[in-house]
Design a protein around this ligand. Sequence first.
Ligand code: ADP
Ligand code: MG
Length: 716
Amino acid sequence: MGQPVTWVGRSLRSLGDKPVTVLDGVGPRKADALAEMGITSVLDLLTHYPRRYIDRSRQVAVVDLVVGQEAMVLGHVKRVSSRRTRNGKALVEVDLYDGSGYLRCSFFNQGWRAKQLAVGRQAVVFAKIELYRGRRQMTNPVVDLVGDRTGRIVPVYPQSDKAGLTSWELAGWVREARQRAGELAEPLDQRWLDQLGLMGRSQAFDEIHAPTTSDAASVARRRLAFDELLRLQVTLVMRKAALERDAVGIAHVVGPEAGLVGRWRARLPFSLTAAQVRAMVEITADLGRAHPMHRLLQGDVGAGKTVVALSTLLVAVQGGHQGALMAPTEVLADQHHLGLRDLLGQLSVPDPATLAGDRPVRVELLTSRIGAGERARLHASLRAGEIDILVGTHALLTEEVGFASLGVVVIDEQHRFGVEQRAALRAKGASSGGADPDVLVMTATPIPRTAAMTVFGDLDVTVLDELPPGRVPVVTEWAQGPLGEESAWNRVRAQVAAGYQAYVVCPLVEGSERVQARSVTEEYERLSVEELRGLHLGLLHGQMAGRDKEAVMGAFRRGELDVLVATTVIEVGVDVPGATVMVVEDADRFGMAQLHQLRGRVGRGLAPSWCYLLGEASSPEAEARLEALAASTDGFELAEVDLDLRGEGTILGTRQQGRSDLKLASLRRDKDLVGAARAVAFALVGEDPGLAGHPALADEVRLLIDDEEAEYLFKS
Ligand code: ADP
Ligand code: MG
């Protein structure tokens, strides 16, 4: 145990309880303006961090300005005029005086500058110096209103202009708030501060708002970003601990080699990859323990997750329990059902009720399309324990589905399932045998490690980071212009002639599913008479009836169709080894993860495969994305690039509670801090589960979660 921190100093909660109006300068009008920026409490104000800083030592005197160079000038507004140019644009001209000379700033189409830059105001302007009619001037400079302040490094606060507030007003209120709040509570033990080289909390708040040096500002930022990440990680780790604390699980029968799982593995037509073996060892260890598993299996497309899933399900079956596999769509459920049966072969389980003393492992499919009579029979067999593994969609969650003894649940493609659905499935186990089933969540969308720690922070994570041997990476070309497109269609025709198959993915179009369906149908018709005339084409989109979809997929699987023209319904999991070419039209419209998923539909056999991304890039970001895809087939590497290109907002989405608390921390820039925060959270919660010895931290965590969850997490 570390030294328990005595709770001295002001807590964040008490700052959150104080309205900004307690500050001298903040009357009702200013309070309204602050509220517009989302600032109502003193805590909001103190955590409204500067967007950047102006270092006054870098400013240039007007007399020293050099034409053609960028410069920062600080001066007072001496004269403002507004007029219209000959072609009707609003033009505001401001003369700034800095003691050494005058600088003219011209603003086009920014009429509001006249009000912002009233005579007497102090402003910093930043732009390239131009020469106009013999005078040096700036056009549309970046402007910061800093006020007449001392201090070398001046904070610039975000959004203040919009709310009609100035950076210096905010800085003034922050200064007052800091002075009156005095010493702040320190939630971290000294040993962590020392070990991680973190600045104390009080000092960090001082330095981030009014830095003494620019280094101090970044050290302060690091400390406060760490705090944000630590609160989040502590919440996640406590959630994980609470799940394990409360739940009664099943200690599955995991050995011996001669058991069902061992017999099955010995008969697989291929040898497992090292990553698959590692994953199975980790999972099996979890299964053997009496508390329920909550594990995420991350693996790139084609890494062989299905085998790992089946091995997990069979451990349940081996001990006389049942397994369930839940997929996000009917097409996928259907395919998993076929895939599992295929991988199982003639495996049998002991059954004293039969003459031979055993029977084949029984895998059944349950989707909403199964008729009432058949459904009732399935339900009865399931309750009687005659079905070993049930595969299905959400239909598995309906109330009338009851298991004799649900031991393991595998959920494919977590991204489409909510937390509540996971809970519902677990509850099925609880109702059948009294114990929670073990849960394995599989995702084929690689996400960077730091993001996984945050999004799936309440799960253990296993990564399949190796593809089965013999895979030839998909050759990816960004095929631009008519020549590029021609080469793509040539490849399709050539591969079909050689006995292989192809996918054509049609562009995403705005509008309803129906609009999308119409567009893909038109493209299908066009291709049948133009580029792909004479080939057997099939059409697949989301508006088709389930039966029709199944028929088309079946025909494609059996090789009766040469080319499947489809929307992104083929994105996830579809597995046809004979398909070796994919053409993605208007690739620019798809995201990185989606394109990578799509591409994963080819290259599933041993033959070389191609993926053609058609169309131009509409933005530099799209260009970088398409180039990255052409350059790499490693999903994890691409996920990192994507995180860099788009920021973490898109990865975290709205799913992550507590995300709104991440004001400074960035999963992208602060990778080391994410890892450090997670390690500290594990250590802290490990030695002090209810955080009784860390009251300040406990209080801050409670601020992030609702009362109900707080009660649950802090129960121990
Ligand atoms: P994903 O991780 O994308 O779900 P799958 O489980 O669908 O991948 O596996 C992709 C293909 O690779 C399947 O055809 C599967 O049978 C095959 N496969 C899985 N593991 C191995 C292995 N160790 N060696 C060879 N082929 C494998
Ligand atoms: Mg799969």
